[in-house]
Design a protein around this ligand. Structure first.
Ligand code: SAM
Length: 244
């Protein structure tokens, strides 16, 4: 049996392993309040992610070799630097060139400076404004024109309405075979108290937006192999693969 087939069978088995899935759920629940995901960095920039999701994105970037990665939600820039660094490796290994476009409503001056001074900035551009503002969407659509392999990552405001609007604006830019990754769908599966005073929570979050969007967009399917593989993820049911 090929190694890939063995991996697939193991991942399928893990997807049915309720004990292991429950351990992962408990870990996620216990780790959210202590802000576990706020303690990592990538090439020196703080990245607000769980390491397992970073591995999943690395696998996607290597598989797709995007010529454009669109990311909403920049914060300190860690995820932009991560994506740009992966594209740098893809380029070094295969010659396939790619760039990253980040959007944030508030790019703090110290974060902008650190991102612009980073060696990976050569693959990055940034737009400041709401990801669902018409003028921002228009610039992103323009940037995506003619691109052949586009990956989209949504990680900004996590309310239902905002994420649904982002999906309507950007998911269609995802090329067939690539992904639109919607972060923080996990909010739906966690106790209400963990959302604190944020405007999102169970019933109003990225996962509810994903389910609403998928009702009218059969060109996307949830890739559950990814969540079954990494188990610990803030994006359960959020790895959307464009299948047609
Ligand atoms: C979770 S952080 C992004 C983390 C980043 N992707 C990472 O992995 O390190 C969310 C970011 O979304 C931004 N944001 C909030 N509302 C937004 C909006 N309407 N449009 C664009 N960005 C927004 C915030 O300013 C914040 O920097």
């Amino acid at each position: 049996m090929s190694f890939e087939k063995e991996v697939k069978e193991r991942v399928n088995a893990i997807g049915q392993n309720e004990k292991l899935k429950s351990c992962a759920h408990n870990f996620l629940e216990a780790s959210l309040q202590p802000q576990y995901s706020y303690n990592f960095s990538w090439l020196g920039r703080p990245i607000i992610q769980y390491p397992q999701d970073m591995i999943a994105i690395q696998e996607i970037i290597w598989e797709i070799k995007p010529d454009l990665i669109i990311e909403t939600g920049i914060a300190h820039g860690g995820s932009l630097i991560f994506s740009a660094a992966m594209l740098e490796l893809v380029a070094a290994c295969t010659g396939s060139e790619g760039e990253v476009l980040g959007i944030d409503i508030d790019i703090r001056p110290h974060n902008r400076k650190a991102i612009e001074e980073h060696p990976m900035y050569k693959r990055i551009s940034m737009l400041e404004g709401s990801s669902i503002a018409q003028e921002i969407v228009a610039q992103v659509v323009e940037k995506a024109k003619g691109k052949k392999r586009v990956l989209v990552c949504l990680d900004s405001n996590h309310t239902h309405d905002h994420v649904l609007a982002e999906l309507e604006a950007y998911a269609a830019l995802t090329t067939v075979g690539s992904y639109c990754v919607v972060f923080d769908t996990v909010v739906e599966d966690m106790p209400k108290e963990l959302a604190g005073n944020r405007p999102w929570g169970p019933g109003n979050n990225p996962k509810t937006a994903v389910f609403e969007y998928l009702k009218t967009h059969p060109e996307f399917e949830i890739d559950r192999d990814i969540q079954n593989k990494i188990l610990i993820t803030v994006a359960p049911d959020g790895y959307l693969k464009r299948v047609r």
